[in-house]
Write a new protein. Structure first.
Length: 144
């Protein structure tokens, strides 16, 4: 169980867990608890982990858990529209977020308004990557 040592770490500033296969629900619980408890994390990379499939649902609670990180890379997790809305609403309370990569998450046009509304409160955000999603013409218009 690769993630078990995370329980003991409280001052980690950068964490990359990209392309990891969560074998058990217990591993997912360990990561979730680590994210909630470790407020020292500045950069968090959870890309390419299929975080919205079955037991690995990040969603609203996970978005809130990511509240203190300054940079989040959550690309290519196939959230779809439902998961994307929940995630971005959870992240909306993070007013210190400087960089957010949500590319390749299969977001539909209905997700576009949520990041705009939720993240426009954040004046620290300098990089927002929404590339390779399925916004369509309607969604693209809403982005500008």
């Amino acid at each position: 169980m690769l993630l078990k040592p995370l329980y003991k770490i409280t001052i980690l500033k950068n964490l990359w867990i990209s392309g990891y296969t969560f074998d058990t629900e217990r591993e997912w619980d360990i990561l979730e608890e680590f994210i909630r408890k470790n407020t020292a994390v500045i950069y968090l990379d959870l890309s390419r982990n299929s975080l919205f499939e079955s037991k690995n649902e990040l969603g609203l609670e996970g978005g809130k858990a990511l509240d203190d990180a300054l940079c989040n890379n959550i690309e290519n997790n196939e959230f779809g529209s439902e998961g994307g809305i929940a995630l971005v609403e959870g992240l909306s309370t993070n007013t210190n977020l400087t960089s957010l990569n949500l590319s390749e998450n299969n977001f539909g046009s209905e997700v576009v308004e949520v990041p705009a509304r939720a993240l426009c409160k954040n004046i620290a955000l300098t990089l927002l990557n929404l590339s390779y999603n399925r916004f369509g013409e309607e969604g693209e218009k809403a982005l500008v």
